[in-house]
Write a protein that binds this ligand. Sequence first.
Ligand SMILES: Cc1ncc(COP(=O)(O)O)c(C=O)c1O
Length: 369
Amino acid sequence: MPVPLMDIRGQYADLLDEVKRSVCEVIDSGRFILGPNMRALEEEIAAATGAGHAVAVGNGTDALVLSLEALGIGAGDEVITTAYTFYATAEAIARVGAAPVFADIDPVTFNLDPRAVEAAVTERTRAIVAVHLYGGPADMPGLSEVAGRHGLALIEDAAQAFGAAVNGRGAGSFGDLATFSFFPTKNFPAFGDAGMVVSGSADLAERVRLLRFHGSREKRRFELVGTNSRMDEIQAAVLRRFLPEVAGWNAGRRAAADRYRALGLGDLVELPSEAPGARHVYHLYVVRAAARDELARALSEAGIGCRAYYDVPLHLQPVFAHLGYRRGDLPETERASDEGLALPMFPTLDEAAQTEVVAAVRAAALAAA
Ligand SMILES: Cc1ncc(COP(=O)(O)O)c(C=O)c1O
């Protein structure tokens, strides 16, 4: 039985008629931009994340760029982040004219190691961008402490982690600003591009609000050089219908992670783990295997969906060659890039399918032995 890497449609199959009705209501209303669904979603997500303020934008990349701009970060500034993430995290830093500085990760969580961040601070450092990779929260207490000690801003890239938490506190509520992506494969998906910035600061949220709409509060007066990055009403209507479902979807993902463990997958590969107090939402389920590429090949041949994400870390990407990093500079980042493999994970993944996955991993391990 083939098992796909992800099945986003399965989780909302029963809701589709309702969602289509909401989309039709938007079409009938004739209000497509800066409308009532977007504003209601902002309030709902401000409350759901515990951040207090939320600004809906066009996508998760713009959410990062606008957050950095709202902090006034630009040319001459350094921003410390991870090289084991999707390109957009560091691209946004470069996009505003600042220099990304890559710190190594904690091998257990795949996320920024606060000690490595601290060692990377210089007099030009202005901010830290932490990523909650694969849905597992970064060490926000540790990173907040480093940021506080050095007077740095802290941004959470929570694109993959809606609903994750640390010590009961939601991902997105720790940073000066936090960003979400609702790209259709995310654990909280839209039907197109969409993103959100959340913040505990009314002032920073207001700056993002201006920047997403040409630096304007209304249409004829322009206060800042901004951009056009608004979440449209159709995406907002879809996301409003899905928001109450995300906790249940995340619970389904967590149950699937527990089942992989119970089925003995941990005897064959290194499983993802949760730091004490952390609630992982398993946007992706990434195991480690020393012979990762062979395992990936064997699983693909057996019809099991899998994928090596971020197998070339950002410090070794051509776009950042001018920063002068070499292989060996970030050993844990490079090891994660070499060993990480995403296995099937989605809310409706069931025991029968997971038994197939574990059997295929076992067969691959035996063949390699
Ligand atoms: C960690 C991370 N940051 C940023 C982004 C960018 O989000 P978007 O694709 O909505 O621009 C993504 C997802 O694509 C992501 O996974």
